[in-house]
Design a protein around this ligand. Structure first.
Ligand code: HEM
Length: 502
């Protein structure tokens, strides 16, 4: 302790070079003290101001997975000036998320999170009584439209899948990037669910919303400069302003929809999630909401995050599935043969999932291989805790390295290979022990509330595409199977040739 002020006093009477040296020594000592006070976990040495940022590279999930071999399942890095715990491997992640669920259920107090959903977000909001009530409302509203058998959203997905496959086939074998068609179809399902409305492909509001959501995901990755190095705000004003602009557009779109719903609301007829949320504002007594600090604005804004969370995730997973099918023709043929045999040409329903294990295995493998959320969403500790023998202080930033689980060679033989059969048992049924070996929707308190909807959409869109379309790579131009890093891992832009299945 005495060393630091003493060093600074000395510096005042010596040359600038020595002074600079003293500042560096001070920063190094400060960084290492800061680091030690956050946890006792091992990890690489952090540089002043930038910590370990310079080493992360363009694929932080791959770099941090490599560090696991050296430092173990719980290690510490420093993101800018923020000490960060990285959790690796299924066993440790399960222990933290499930056995010590409340200890790890927090969200960091990131600068950018204050602007998402006007600071009223549930998904980016910290753990506590307000979050618990907010999460229950969001979950119940979603369940109302997605959990029942033969629900209206299943029919909406079936007819949107028809539009999607027809539009893909219309490209008639010419080099074609399926991104927009997939995004518009999936966007239409979340809009049907949230606002009870399906949009035309060329609707200006709708296409703008979809573009904005795409840009939001690119900006909101784990490791945003303004979040981990708050002083960077002064240097990144332009891009942060753009981020605020994106959020503003998303806000305006849902505010317009909210007003239309309030004007025509009828408590006896729940048309969609916006109605269900309006109902929740009426049904939950004011004292109960006040006691936890939840306002009607929090509740009504939930629709924005369901749109944000519920469509880029599914759309990028479907994009990955098309890319994997085009580049693995043998897998695509086996998937198509299963549908031809078990379903034929009739429309796919969600019940078909019971009879299409290979299709389901293709989806599990797509989720494992693409790993769209390599770090889930950033977590933080809610109290001082100990994990795998390492002390971790309250309010420490935590990255849940799901990539380390999906690509663990101890669990998945030849993990870099796309191979759906790893999820089938010797009878050709989906092998539950293998599907339990990874956590595409996270685990514990923060587990994705949209899992049921996601599974239904992924299955119905994917099975319909495989039933009707044949995806091929462009001769002489095999697509690169690689991702761009943001909040989600999306495939690099690619083109395929789509033709109709005879
Ligand atoms: C392929 C599709 C999807 C995947 C792989 C996925 C995965 C995830 C993951 C990994 C998390 C973070 C868990 C954590 O922080 O530990 C998450 C959170 C969340 N997801 Fe999903 N998700 C998908 C689709 C959806 C859909 C369709 C919705 C809603 C319509 C949704 C709504 C949410 C929300 C609101 C959260 C925040 C939960 C909270 O903080 O309590 N997701 N999801």
């Amino acid at each position: 302790m005495a060393f630091i002020p003493g060093t600074l006093v000395c510096c005042l009477s010596v040359s600038p070079i020595v002074m600079l040296g003293c500042v560096i020594v001070f920063s190094l000592v400060w960084a290492s003290r800061n680091r030690k006070s956050a946890s006792t976990a091992p990890g690489p040495f952090p540089w002043p101001l930038i910590g370990n940022l310079a080493s992360l590279g363009k694929k932080p999930h791959e770099y941090l997975t490599q560090l696991r071999a050296k430092y173990g399942d719980v290690f510490q890095i420093t993101m800018g000036s923020t000490p960060t715990i990285v959790l690796n491997g299924l066993k440790t992640i399960r222990s933290a998320m499930i056995k010590q669920a409340e200890d790890f259920a927090g969200r960091p107090d990131f600068y950018s999170f204050k602007f998402i959903a006007n600071g009223n977000s549930m998904g980016f909001g910290d753990f506590g009584p307000r979050w618990k009530m907010h999460r229950r409302i969001a979950q119940n509203s979603l369940a109302l439209f997605t959990n029942k058998r033969n629900n209206p959203i299943e029919m909406a997905i079936a007819s949107e899948a028809d539009v999607l496959t027809s539009n893909l086939i219309a490209s008639d074998g010419a080099p074609f990037n399926p991104h927009n068609e997939i995004y518009l179809s999936v966007g239409n399902i979340i809009c049907a669910l949230c606002f009870g409305k399906r949009y035309q492909r060329d609707d200006e509001d709708f296409t703008h919303l979809i573009k904005m959501n795409d840009e939001f995901m690119a900006f909101a990755g784990a490791g945003n400069p303004v979040d981990i190095m708050p002083w960077m705000r002064h240097f990144t004003k332009g891009s942060f302003k753009k981020f605020i602009g994106i959020l503003d557009t998303m806000n305006k779109f849902s505010l317009k929809k909210r007003q239309e719903h309030l004007d025509t609301y009828d408590a006896s007829q729940m048309r969609d999630i916006t109605d269900a949320l309006i109902k929740a504002t009426h049904d939950i007594p004011e004292e109960e909401k006040e006691a936890v600090g939840l306002t009607n604005e929090h509740i009504l804004t939930t629709v924005q995050e369901l749109i944000g969370a519920g469509f880029d995730t599914i759309a990028s997973s479907l994009q990955w599935s098309v890319l994997f099918m085009a580049t693995h023709p043998d897998v695509q043929e086996a998937a198509h043969a299963e549908i031809r045999e078990k379903v034929g040409l009739r429309q796919i329903s969600f019940d078909d999932i019971e009879n299409l294990p290979y299709i389901e295995a293709c989806l599990f493998e797509t989720m494992r291989h693409s790993c769209i959320f390599p770090f889930a969403l950033p977590h933080s500790t809610t109290r001082d805790t100990v994990l795998d023998g390492h002390f971790i202080r309250a309010n420490t930033l935590v990255f849940v390295n799901l990539w380390s689980v999906n690509r663990d060679p101890e669990v998945f033989n030849n993990p870099n290979k796309f191979d759906p059969s790893r999820f089938l048992d010797s009878q050709g049924n989906v092998d539950k022990t293998m599907t339990d070996m990874f956590l595409p929707f996270g685990a514990g308190r923060r587990k994705c509330p949209g899992e049921q909807l996601a599974r239904m959409e992924l299955f119905m869109f994917f099975a319909s595409m495989i039933q009707k379309c044949l995806f091929k790579t462009i001769p002489g131009k095999k697509p690169v199977i690689d991702s761009k890093y943001g909040l989600t891992l999306k495939p690099l832009d690619f083109q395929v040739a789509v033709s109709v299945r005879q």
